[in-house]
Design a protein around this ligand. Structure first.
Ligand code: ZN
Length: 425
């Protein structure tokens, strides 16, 4: 069994949206009150028993009262009686708030015990506390809609949250498996439902007899050993220019003004759009590769580590010398943009569940060595786009040559010998 999360945007009317904000605020208030209580108890306790970090541990060893998860959970009934506004919130949602607090403290105690100097669990402000969770199936349900699909065939359902109202949901991705929890989350002014589902072992795809080597690059997002390319997304640059403009507009707005608030929202929205487009692109491309190929060979990015900033150089007067950092930062930025590691991760995860194999190879010399005669040529700088072999005379795109080398190293690792890899372009 494994757990998968599905995230969908939810659409709520004004009254329900207001209620969602109110629930969030009350959960935050509960969290902060619980935190205060634990902090006080911790500080009193640690003064008396400096060696017992953990509240539960201290309780066991000294018999003294401590404030832990169970104690705080028991207080919830009293809180509901005293503060009727909490009665509108499902009990399990409130229990989850207490659980979040417990997790924060567990992490804190663990780090203290490991001899680290952790920060104390923090009070949460409006902008930080942005979700609440139904830890099981109580307090909400999914309901079919009268017209269950739209023109494009996307399934639409209603999500009913008890005492809060009904929100609309577009299932642009199938919700499969057994739903375990539901989290309602705010990102900027948008709201989302995140379902975590337990899914059975996925079925492996039938074996494919094609393998592929992939060179992740800057000119193209990726070059395949077949001679094909996956191009970078152009719209991303466009979105980035728009983001810069919005950020500039934001910097001109007066602090605390209504216009500034609007501008902050616009910037957040542009960020979100870029993130979503990016993730969508990476999901689609990794899916295609896993569907088609049995062995997928990629460079090991941990070895490649191009994104590391060069160390600063200083002259004898301790003045910083140019070290090409800004030029490299430009390159690094495109690399980060391209999301190589996210992509590698996605390919690996998808391959694992489809019964396909991902092999990470040492990226050393993948662009100098000739993929056809295996002899080494001179070092190429990034502007040289063509591999033209001085030994055997083959002419290939530089990145295609690298991709074939990557596939060949993977085959060597698998000790299946070097199957001839042909360029079909
Ligand atoms: Zn050659």
């Amino acid at each position: 069994m494994r757990i998968t999360a599905y995230k969908y945007r939810i659409y709520a009317n004004k009254a329900t949206t207001e209620k969602l904000y109110r629930v969030l605020d009350r959960c935050r208030e509960l969290y902060n009150a619980g935190l205060q209580e634990r902090r006080d108890a911790y500080e009193m306790g640690i003064k008396r028993h400096p060696n017992y970090y953990d509240d539960e541990q201290r309780k066991q060893l000294t018999g003294e009262h401590a404030i832990g998860y169970y104690e705080q959970k028991r207080e919830l009934a009293g809180i509901k009686e005293e503060r009727p506004e909490y009665q509108d919130i499902a009990s399990h949602v409130l229990q989850d708030v207490i659980l979040r607090l417990k997790r924060a403290f567990d992490g804190f105690f663990r780090r203290v015990q490991n001899g680290e100097k952790p920060g104390y669990p923090r009070f949460q402000g409006h902008n930080r506390y942005n979700s609440f969770t139904y830890p099981d199936r109580a307090g909400w349900k999914l309901e079919a809609r009268e017209r269950p699909t739209d023109k494009k065939g996307v399934v639409k359902v209603n999500l009913h949250l008890s005492k809060l109202g009904t929100v609309k949901l577009h299932l642009h991705r199938d919700l499969s498996g057994t739903i375990k929890t539901l989290t309602i989350k705010r990102e900027g002014e948008y709201w989302y439902a995140v379902f975590t589902c337990e899914v059975g072992k996925p079925e492996a795809l039938p074996v494919s007899h094609e393998d592929v080597g992939i060179d992740l690059g800057v000119t193209h997002f990726a070059a395949l050993s077949t001679g094909e390319f996956i191009e970078n997304q152009r719209y991303y640059r466009r979105a980035e220019r728009r983001l810069k403009k919005l950020q500039k507009a934001l910097s001109r707005k007066k602090r605390g003004s209504h216009r500034r608030k609007k501008a902050v929202q616009a910037v957040a929205k542009a960020h979100r759009k870029i993130r979503n487009q990016r993730a969508d692109f990476l999901h689609k491309e990794s899916h295609k590769l896993v569907n088609q190929y049995q062995v997928i060979a990629l460079e090991d990015l941990r070895v490649k580590n191009l994104t590391k900033a060069p160390a600063p150089k200083q002259d004898e007067n301790e003045q910083y010398l140019p070290n090409g950092a800004s030029a490299k930062a430009g390159l690094n930025k495109s690399i980060l943009d391209a999301g190589w590691s996210t992509f590698t991760e996605m390919v690996s995860v998808k391959a694992a569940s489809a019964g396909r194999m991902v092999i990470l190879v040492d990226p050393c010399k993948t662009s100098q060595v000739c993929s056809q005669c295996h002899r080494e040529g001179p070092h190429k700088d990034l502007t040289e786009r063509v591999h033209s072999c001085m030994h055997c005379g083959v002419v290939l795109d530089r990145d295609t040559n690298a991709a074939i080398n990557i596939l060949q190293s993977a085959h060597k690792q698998l000790s299946v010998g070097t199957r001839p890899t042909r360029v079909t372009a």
